[in-house]
Design a protein around this ligand. Sequence first.
Ligand code: NA7
Length: 541
Amino acid sequence: MSATQSTIISKTSVRTLDAIVVGAGFAGLYMLHSLRKLGLNARIYEAASGPGGTWFWNRYPGARCDIPSLQYSYQFSDDLQQEWEWAERYASQPEILKYVEHVIERFKLRPDIQFNTRVQAAHLDEAAGRWQIQTSTGETVSAKFCIMATGCLSSTNVPDFKGLDSFRGKFYHTGQWPHEGVDFTGQRVAVIGTGSSAVQSIPLIAAQAAQLTVFQRTANFSVPAHNAPLDPAEQKRVKANYDELRTAGKNQLLAWDIDPNAKLAADATPAEIRAECERRWRMGGLYFYGVFADLLINPESNRVLAEFIRDKIHEQVKDPAVAELLSPKTVLGCKRICADTDYFQTYNRENVLLVDISKSGIDEITPQGLRVGGRDYAFDAIVFATGFDAMTGSINRVDVRGRHGQKLKDKWAAGPRTYLGLSSAGFPNFFIISGPGSPSVLTCMITSIEQHVEFITECIDYLRKHRLAHIEATVEAENRWVEHVNEVAGSTLFNSCSSWYLGANVPGKPRIFMPYVGFPPYVAKCNEIVAKGYEGFALTA
Ligand code: NA7
């Protein structure tokens, strides 16, 4: 083949799009739908063999959303929210996937989703003003806009335990669970971690395994979810006036309606505090965030409210020593509160053992199991419920290069830098949905996603209408935004524990509080920026 022929072939094999969307989770799907409505030629590339993003991968036993299904769902289409019937108060992972499939069919999205295709690189071709994308399938795509819908909890964190490869049994990560499921019957199982994934899966694994040993580094606050089949009358009532619930949600810090109490614990009597805590305990799960308005502001109020949950843990766990170990000593709510079903009661089972590794950590993984504090434990299976390289992990996995070949990963080496969590200076026409610096993981993700998708869509439409070629955050606006995100977090207690919001769970990751606290002020800021002709962005013809 001649050089000319090969050039022609490589040129013709480049797919040209208006926009590429990376990821087929809730963000990617709505982004595709919105871009199509603008008349753009857009396509999703997705590494997995199916849609759903984090819900595709997190198939561990008990995987379930901790936000009520009537609120953890799209609201952009009233027909969609009216026609879909949720089965449970909190949707299980399989039910969420069914909903995702329904959305794909309903809006005929499938032809523009390419599965089993990981986007490996996205390089800005400055001369052409386009993004050149390389995929794991060897394809090259050229797109004017590159939109990362890569999710906040998609890059799993398996700590670099010494000896991991020597283990003769099987090991699993909750975020990469085998599709065929796992049968632990008769097995000795270890679970490492006591975050949300562990709290949901431990009761089910304990009920199946011969013996379960839980290795706990930090105890977590958990409130019973009180999951149950969704009362059809309740569902009908909500749907009759869905806007009311959605509007109430969007006006709250977490972007979903938790029925917040405007009172301060600091102003309440012990009896009032007790009564409100009991009411929240009955409401269940994350509704506890709404207990008093100073929960995450006033350390003394937080201490009193945390004490209520510690007492509840002691009521549920028979062995006082185990109950004490399970009682978190951290600030309540600064790590995400878990929503459980029989989590603490599981430790009353004969076949469940809790091992405190807060001081020793895990020495190593051995061919037979684990060595902790010099003691050996034998297992048939190990479950890593060790979380994610949250918010930045899935973006940094892609080799993103902007102006002058600068790598986004290098730019973010000391912590992510974005404007509004949506855009990063030096990376024109490159958007991140629910990126670091946006409310994302602190809120109902789908509501935040919809706001971002609508912002991006409106922005692209604006560029077209004004015959502009590029949009890019300015360095000044970005610097001010990063400072502001930190300032806001610093005025709360969110900064006061080693959470994944801070990147503290991944060794070596810079400790920066990544999400923006407060959905309503964030949306107001975005709207103000748009009203001022995209203030803080450079727009070029
Ligand atoms: P999380 O909440 O990050 O929990 C991970 C757990 O794993 C947590 O208990 C960690 O302890 C523990 N962990 C992490 N690394 C280690 C090592 N090296 N040794 C021992 N223990 C370790 O992840 P989840 O998947 O449970 O939940 C993530 C989010 O998904 C959740 O917040 C919901 O939003 C849904 P640590 O607390 O760091 O001491």
